[in-house]
Ligand binder design. Structure first.
Ligand code: GAL
Ligand code: ZN
Length: 654
């Protein structure tokens, strides 16, 4: 059974309301509530003075009604007394100045002083609640970012991390190529991870930026493990996670979740349907990506329930069917637990217009009715949690590419995520599951491995991919692959795609970073497509040409190639195309590999399959605001706007 939950903040509501709310949740089918995640000032109103009676009562109110608790450690929001008495617990910005207090998330997760206060409150909570039958799981902090703090502790920690990695200043100078612009250091104290507000990151050495991101990621991972250890000390069997999101400064999620029990994500898909057909809209990639954090089913700890309203201007409301459709989409991609954010909109605070399932008026509204209906439907699928998403296609992700390409965008219209998402969307539109896996995951069992923009390269990656193709798999590589080594410096003396040239059977003769302007390419089978962002002019060696450029001085040059390699194939895409190009290319690749497809799905219909000893379930999600019909297995399927229908293995539609 898929577990349904709610975010609930007892500290925002009078006690008389708690039992009414719990009664209503129980009647709705809610099985877990998330409590306490921001409640530090209520749990420790003064230094060392702990007040748990209210939380005890809230836990019992829910537990009495059969609802278990996901207990949040409250460390995202340190109480104001802590910042006053210990200003060294405050986070500093990249401008080298302490951030404002009075909002949230502004603690330095590296500061040993902050850590000692965090350890104490988490220890008090764990001592009291860990191992109790009411507790379902633990959530550490909230939506952790890659730490970019520049407080004195963090600056020292960064230098220590570099010292440990490079040993000597000379080694670091060589690794970063610091001879450029007199960037050489003679002692560690010269390293300053600061960026003035008017200085764009692209003025800094990309190798330095890459290590700064890796360091920040290591702090975030260390921080979750630090809290996990405290909880597990009291209950080694506790289920511990943290709710991730995709912030500006992305952590290294695979490392962050490696020591946690389950991956969790806060799912806020876009409410406005796409303006144009080229807009990447689906959240499907995000969900496949989260499943890949631990290569198993995940939890949604927050799922949009109403118009957003913390970050003004407030967001639009969802269309009928959209909340349920998005919830089903999360489940289709592997969620086994889904919590709505939040039960009811707050009456106060910056987020008072961030709408819950219930509005301030507390009446059962349209969204509530829609969610109630969804829970009823899920009750008809009691064995769904004994299934998962199995895929023939893997898309490789790497935190290093994310870090490097964010800090040094390759052209005005270039985005690593766009490259990844284009492939995922093409597969979802063909009813083909995709796994998004970390670059070092084993490739066995896949038929197609897509490696978009593998920019920072460990040469062993080329041999792994060659081996995969050799044995019969298809590899797809794209532009800006093979450019830099792990220090972030460009390779010398080999044409791109460098270590991947042999596999791809082509080299990049020249390239044109065209930014936002466009070009056309024509495929050898006749179709032509618009491309943008980047154009590699390819010289095939053993490869055949799949598409050529039309126009500009390189009209006729190869843009996409296809190379036979051992028993398999390697495609190289030298440019970024419109969605239709990915559909054509993926259809061809999947057909070559005999991967079953649904080629008649209308645009924006996504099909995902969950299988396992709980059965086989095919989810058809109409991710758009107009209805559609299409043929499937001899029948016509009709979907309302944003409707998600599940087909069970005995052909029943639920
Ligand atoms: C999330 C956050 C929640 C809440 C929500 C509002 O990112 O974790 O605490 O702020 O957004 O939509
Ligand atoms: Zn700091």
């Amino acid at each position: 059974m898929i577990t349904i939950g709610m975010a609930y903040y007892p500290e925002h509501w009078p006690r008389e309301l708690w039992s009414q709310d719990a009664d209503r949740m129980a009647a709705l089918g809610v099985k877990v509530v998330r409590l306490a995640e921001f409640a530090w000032s209520r749990l420790e109103p003064r230094d060392g003075c702990f007040v748990f009676d209210w939380l005890d009562e809230a836990v019992s109110v829910f537990a009495d009604r059969g609802i278990k608790i996901i207990l949040g450690t409250p460390t995202n929001c340190a109480p104001l007394w802590l910042y006053k008495s210990h200003p060294e617990t405050l986070q500093w910005g990249r401008d080298g100045k302490p951030t404002d207090t009075g909002i949230r998330g502004h603690r330095c997760i590296v500061s040993p002083v902050f850590r000692s206060f965090a350890a104490r409150i988490v220890d008090e909570m764990a001592k009291r609640y860990a191992g109790r039958p009411e507790i379902y799981a633990w959530q550490i902090d909230n939506e952790l970012e890659n730490s970019h703090c520049t407080c004195p502790y963090c600056r020292k920690a960064f230098r220590d991390w570099l010292k440990e990695k490079y040993g000597t200043a000379e080694n670091l100078n060589a690794a970063w190529g610091n001879a450029v612009w007199s960037g050489e250091i003679s002692e560690w104290g010269e390293i300053e991870p600061l960026l003035s507000p008017d200085c764009m990151p692209d003025w800094h050495n990309p190798s330095f930026m890459l290590d700064f991101e890796r360091f920040g990621a290591s702090r975030t991972t260390d921080y979750v493990n630090f809290q996990r250890d405290i909880i597990k000390k009291y209950d080694p069997n506790a289920l511990v996670t943290t709710n991730s999101c995709f912030p500006v400064h992305m952590p290294d999620f695979h490392k962050e979740f490696a020591g946690l029990d389950v991956a969790a994500y806060d799912n806020y898909p876009p409410i406005r349907p796409p303006e144009g057909p080229e807009e990447l809209y689906s959240n499907g990639f995000a969900l496949d990506f989260v499943r890949g954090f631990k290569n198993k089913n995940y939890w949604i700890l927050e799922q949009l329930a109403g118009p957003g309203g913390c970050w003004v201007p407030f967001g639009p409301t969802s269309e009928p069917g959209q909340l349920a459709g998005y919830a089903m989409q999360s489940i289709a991609h592997g969620a086994d637990l889904l919590c709505v954010y939040r039960w009811r909109s707050a009456l106060s605070g910056a987020e008072m217009m961030g709408h819950g399932l219930l509005d301030h008026d507390n009446r059962e509204n349209r969204r509530f009715a829609e969610f109630k209906e969804l829970i009823k439907r899920l009750e008809k699928l009691p064995r769904l949690d004994r299934t998962t998403v199995k895929s023939d296609v893997a898309i490789l992700y790497s935190a290093d590419q994310e870090f490097a390409l964010k800090n040094q965008r390759q052209s005005a219209n270039f985005s690593y995520w766009t490259q990844l998402r284009l492939f995922q969307e093409a597969c979802a539109g063909l009813g083909v599951n995709t796994d998004v896996i970390e670059e070092n995951c084993p490739l066995d069992g896949y038929k197609v491995v897509i490696v978009p923009t593998h920019h920072i390269v460990e040469p062993s990656m080329a041999s792994r991919l060659e081996d995969f193709a050799e044995k019969g798999g298809t590899v797809v590589l794209t532009n800006r692959s093979g450019v830099k080594d792990k220090t972030g410096k460009c390779f010398f003396g080999i044409p791109l795609p460098g270590v991947f040239s042999k596999l791809c059977g082509c080299v990049v003769e020249e390239y044109d970073p065209i930014g936002k302007s466009t070009q056309r390419i024509s495929a050898s089978k006749g179709e032509s497509y618009t491309v943008t962002g980047w154009c590699d002019l390819l010289r095939p060696e053993t490869a055949e040409v799949w598409a050529r450029y039309e126009g500009r001085f390189y009209s006729g040059a190869a843009a996409v190639t296809r190379n036979s390699f051992g028993k398999g194939l390697a495609y190289y895409m030298g440019t970024v195309g419109e969605k239709a190009m990915y559909r054509t290319l993926m259809t061809e690749i999947l057909r070559e590999q005999s991967v079953p497809m649904l080629t008649a799905l209308p645009r924006n219909v996504e099909v995902t399959t969950r299988t396992g000893d709980g059965g086989t379930y095919r989810f058809f999600f109409n991710n758009q605001s107009k209805g559609c019909h299409f043929p499937c297995n001899g029948e016509t399927v009709s979907l309302r706007p944003f409707e998600a229908l599940v087909m069970t293995q005995d052909g029943q539609w639920i």
